[in-house]
Design a binder for this molecule. Sequence first.
Ligand SMILES: Cc1cc2nc3c(=O)[nH]c(=O)nc-3n(C[C@H](O)[C@H](O)[C@H](O)COP(=O)(O)OP(=O)(O)OC[C@H]3O[C@@H](n4cnc5c(N)ncnc54)[C@H](O)[C@@H]3O)c2cc1C
Length: 368
Amino acid sequence: MADLVVAGAGMAGLAAAAEARRLGAEPLVLEKLGRPGGSMRLSSGVIWRHRDFETFREECPDGDERLQRLLFERLEDDLRWLESLGAPVVDRETGNPLTAGTRFDPAGLTDALVEAAGGLAPDGVRVAERLREPPGDVPLVLATGGFGADRELLEEHVSPEAGHAFLRAAPGSTGDGLRIGVAAGAATSAGLEQVYTRAMPAPPARISEGDLVRLSQLYARHAEVTNEHGESYETATWSEIDVAQWQLRQPRARAWFTVPVEHLGERVRERTVAEMVDAAEAAGAPVRREQEHVTVETVAGVTTTLGGLAIDEHARAAPGVFACGADAGGIATGGYASGLAASLVFGRIAARAALGGAAVSGTLGERP
Ligand SMILES: Cc1cc2nc3c(=O)[nH]c(=O)nc-3n(C[C@H](O)[C@H](O)[C@H](O)COP(=O)(O)OP(=O)(O)OC[C@H]3O[C@@H](n4cnc5c(N)ncnc54)[C@H](O)[C@@H]3O)c2cc1C
């Protein structure tokens, strides 16, 4: 008999299950896709926070300050814990002077967490399909990765145009956590309409799961960005989250990035603009090269939803129901923060609280 049920074997669910095992409990980990890792496995693996709390608040002003404080204060310890599980570190810098964190190899990170979690339930796919409500007799941790893979929910909560977006994430996150949590009495967080997207090469480009990072078009800061009516948008953030939110609401979620040739050599983190444009062209996206400019047609690539269930500092969403990762909203609201970091920190908190521990002090108390 399991001590808790964890729905979802991505970053948040595996962190919760691994923490539960560390505390001597037996988690039952259900995964709808049958393979672990979710979007974490497809990600760049950079787990980060802002360098100072004030900047975090400024950049994500509508988030719940208590949750943000927990994330900010706990991340370093939690990163050390991940390393202690054998998750392979690629870099101890994020490559961004505004943020601090660690880059892990996503496949190795997944494997280390699966091992620490004690593996997935062998019949997890079948049970996950039937899971419509909390089991009742044991606590439930919802870690299903939000609703970015569900067109109808995107159209309902974000914009009618969001249904045209490309799914730049694993396909299992179709809002099950949101539905189960709300049915159990949970409230939704602020910012249910907010989504983190990255511009991707537009059709007929062919993009496989392994190309989601390599084909991102992250150079709005060096481009003129327009929609299909010729209306333009100028980015004001380093993460380009504002362009992302804008693009998802434009006709067919399309935007054209026009770059003056003299900006093609500019670097955005480890790549030049020219390399990103070449990659889009090689994938088959419409690219127009003129003497003075290059124009790339892009489509918004939904990476993760930022709103979800409302949680307290113990990741509690409803009686006996806990939510973490992209299933929990209210952390990056109004801006962008690391989804992997929130999943790691609140996954561990959810497990401790679900098992009756004092999440804030980090000690395990009496089991219920
Ligand atoms: C290309 C890409 C690059 C990224 N790069 C970064 C980065 O560098 N840094 C960063 O911080 N974030 C990054 N992210 C975002 C990050 O991956 C997510 O924020 C993070 O994975 C969210 O964790 P999660 O556990 O909520 O969801 P996931 O990791 O996606 O896991 C959710 C899991 O739940 C499963 N599931 C869904 N429904 C059910 C159900 N009913 N029952 C059982 N299982 C279910 C899904 O199949 C999935 O496996 C990136 C994402 C992508 C796609």
